[in-house]
Write a protein that binds this ligand. Structure first.
Ligand code: FAD
Length: 275
């Protein structure tokens, strides 16, 4: 039976990092590599861990960053905090004369969106402030098969899942893309390790893919993330129509069309309670 080990907690930290390089990956992604002494105690061991990153207002250029207090994070005295969640794609601890490095892979989608516009223009020497991860969810245990579902924003997390799962777990990944060249995002060894099905985004392709999964038993786990509105029928299918328990299903709305800075803890469908 699938079980979830306890969440690993880390002290809250706000880290000021410096961009050391940027790399364009496919049509949609910019990989921003960050470095800095603040990475010394960085850890993100769970497959779907995330950090909160703080961005300047794209119009005024003003950056507002919370302060760390004994009670936790506090709002700065002035300015509006623009925080967005990102997956730490890979972290390399410092070694000999090589500094610690953190890669974050940004989908570039809009010139006026704080995170996307910052990433599109990021250059060596720029600063990025991040907080967390505060809590890390280890991969569940007792899984024979993991079914992943994602759009481009969740592709960094899909890569982490594939890297981290034990070899005896079968992995099937459905990935919806706007641009076919983004399929090159996954390194060949990851594509080889999993059974990856690339889908053209839109028109319910991800939902159809998930609905076609058969032979589901109590050791099958579903992890699905992407645009929240498109995930509503998928969650309904898995939890209501198939009746799978919460321990076998995680559906996470990483962003919602038409909504800036969506909180991914909010229910996918405000009219449908989540248990
Ligand atoms: C746990 C977690 C991990 C995440 N990891 C990553 C990651 O590693 N890489 C990544 O790129 N994203 C990731 N995301 C998604 C990212 O946080 C959102 O896409 C975020 O809204 C981007 O912020 P923004 O300032 O660019 O746009 P916002 O200001 O939030 O939104 C402005 C407008 O753009 C739209 N929009 C937002 N994102 C997209 C998009 N990707 N494509 C098209 N339109 C969009 C919004 O609907 C809104 O209309 C993650 C989200 C979560 C919750």
């Amino acid at each position: 039976m699938i079980e979830h080990p306890p969440v690993e907690r880390f002290p809250l930290a706000i880290r000021t990092l410096t961009v050391s390089s940027t790399t364009r990956l496919g049509a949609s992604f910019v990989r921003v590599t960050l470095t800095g002494d603040d990475l010394a105690d960085f850890a993100a061991p769970g497959p779907a861990d995330h950090v909160k990153a703080f961005f300047p207002d794209p119009t005024t250029g003003e950056l507002a960053v919370p302060r760390l207090t004994a009670e936790g994070m506090a709002r700065p005295d002035t300015g509006t905090v623009l925080a967005r969640d990102y997956t730490p794609r890979s972290f390399r601890a410092a070694e000999d004369d090589r500094p610690a490095e953190l890669d974050i892979d940004f989908v570039v989608h809009g010139a006026s969106a704080p995170a996307s516009s910052w990433a599109a223009k990021a250059a060596p020497g720029d600063t990025l402030v991040i907080a967390g991860p505060r809590g890390s969810h280890p991969a569940p245990t007792g899984m024979d098969r993991v079914v992943l579902g994602a759009d481009a924003t969740a592709l960094p997390a899909v890569a982490r899942w594939i890297e981290m799962l034990p070899e005896d777990v079968e992995i099937c990944a459905f990935v919806e893309l706007d641009h076919p060249s983004d399929a090159g995002y996954l390194e060949p060894e990851l594509v080889h390790r999993a059974s990856v099905i690339w889908l053209d985004r839109g028109d319910g392709a991800l939902e159809r893919g998930i609905r076609n999964v058969d032979d589901i038993d109590e050791s099958t786990y579903f992890w699905i993330a992407g645009e929240a509105g498109g995930l509503v029928p998928i969650r309904r299918h898995l939890r209501r129509e198939l009746g799978l328990p919460a321990r076998q299903v995680k559906v996470d709305g990483y962003w919602r069309a038409g909504e800036a800075g969506r909180d991914h803890h909010a229910p996918l469908d405000p009219n449908e309670p989540e248990d």
